[in-house]
Design a protein around this ligand. Structure first.
Ligand code: G3I
Length: 378
């Protein structure tokens, strides 16, 4: 009789007591079936606290700069994988996934390329070789790539940015001979769809070729289009939606979209972010939050106000909830993880900072607890 009674007590206690908090962000993410990532700087991997925190708390890493052209392809005939290899080796040692960033961008390109005065045909051959060499080197090691980054113009939302790859001189030979349709995609999308079958006029033909080249180099890798300031429903995300919908319909190998999520001024329209994630995942696209940070005003010592740290935690929680609400949103990645190493400081002349989950001494911040508990609650 006692035995049966005691079983009930144990059961009751088990039911009553909340399940223990997961020991780490990584454990919470694994529990939620989510990827939790951080942008990494190889030079810091030799710092014990950096390496230990990274391996304990994250199940995915992404080179912050080590896979960009100026680092990985510094001279026309030479590729330097040494920095990115360090990150990939670290990841494999700790059972972590690796995301690649980025194959086609208008920034951080080496002088030999930007001042090379190449023809479209020469530039197309150079880019094809770059994509196939870099993706080929990490075939089976890097599971997802930001193939193209920030091709839309934040100054003219919805329009394509003028870049070396698009029209300076650009790689899409075909496009250059055609009369140019207006390059505001959202507006021209319907025009072009009705009048002209293929994509040259839509100005993004060059991106199409990049996705095909990356797919040929590693058919297993997931291929993403990555963008800034397209997290909410706006003309830029409208244009991206039109582009990826068109790509999917015409068999261009694009698997997902990366929303960078650099949150400024403690303002995040979470309702619009959630609606935006919903419409992209409804297309069958994966959504990755790829570069999240929430910059705060800081004093001369880089310290933020406690009330701002709490507001920051709320934003990390709310955006994680918006992601978890949509099955197709499969990864949350922060752009760095400790306030000790973040682009925000130098970028804001040190007026902003404290944007990440751990402080400069690798102590967990309220944002860390908010994100961990949100993932644990799934
Ligand atoms: O490597 C050189 C080093 O040799 C030199 O001594 C030093 C001093 O000038 O510069 C170093 O290069 C810096 C590079 O980061 C590596 O640390 C560049 O000056 C600096 O501009 C570059 O900043 C990177 C920035 O992209 C470039 O646009 C940031 O670290 C990186 O966080 C940032 O990341 C971008 C994403 O790729 C795309 N989305 C926005 C995000 C933030 O801008």
């Amino acid at each position: 009789m006692f035995a049966r009674g005691c079983r009930y007590v144990v059961l009751l206690v088990a039911v009553a007591l909340p399940s223990p908090a997961p020991p780490s962000l990584r454990a919470a993410a694994d529990h939620a079936g989510m990827l939790i990532g951080a942008a990494v700087r190889p030079a810091q991997l030799s710092e014990a606290a950096y390496a230990a925190t990274l391996a304990r708390e994250f199940n995915m890493v992404e080179p912050e700069n080590a896979l960009k052209w100026e680092v990985v392809h510094p001279e026309p005939q030479s590729f330097d994988f040494s920095q990115a290899d360090q990150i990939v080796d670290f990841a494999f040692e700790h059972g972590m996934k690796v995301r690649g960033h980025t194959l086609v961008w208008h920034q951080q390109n080496p002088k030999w390329l930007t001042e090379g005065k190449f023809t479209s045909a020469e530039l197309a051959a150079i880019l094809e070789r770059h994509i196939k060499t870099v993706v080929g080197h990490y075939r089976g090691k890097i599971f997802a790539w930001d193939v193209v980054n920030e091709a839309f113009d934040e100054l003219h939302p919805g329009d394509l940015r003028s870049t070396i790859w698009r029209d300076q001189p650009g790689i899409a030979i075909a496009a250059s001979s055609e009369p140019r349709a207006s390059n505001n995609l959202a507006r021209s999308e319907l025009e072009a769809r009705s009048s002209k079958p293929h994509s040259a006029e839509r100005g993004y033909a060059y991106m199409e070729r990049c996705f095909h080249w990356a797919h040929e180099a590693d058919p297993q890798a997931l291929l993403f289009y990555n963008e800034a300031e397209a997290e909410v429903v706006n003309p830029k995300s409208d244009a991206i939606l039109a582009m990826v919908r068109d790509f999917r319909q015409r068999g261009v190998p694009v698997d997902g979209v990366g929303f960078q999520m650099h949150i400024a001024n403690l303002r995040a329209d979470v309702t619009s972010i959630s609606a935006n994630i919903a419409r992209f995942t409804a297309l069958g696209m994966q959504v990755h939050i790829t570069e999240m940070d929430v910059a705060l005003p800081v004093d001369a010592n880089g310290n933020a106000r406690p009330e701002d740290l709490q507001r920051q935690a709320d934003i990390y929680r709310q955006i994680a909830e918006a992601c978890l609400a949509h099955r197709g949103c499969t990864a949350i990645q922060t752009w760095g993880f400790t306030d000790k190493y973040s682009w925000i400081g130098s970028h804001s002349k040190h007026t902003q900072g404290a944007a990440l989950l751990f402080d400069r001494d690798y102590r967990a911040k309220p944002a860390y607890l908010a994100l961990k508990n949100t993932l644990a609650a799934r």
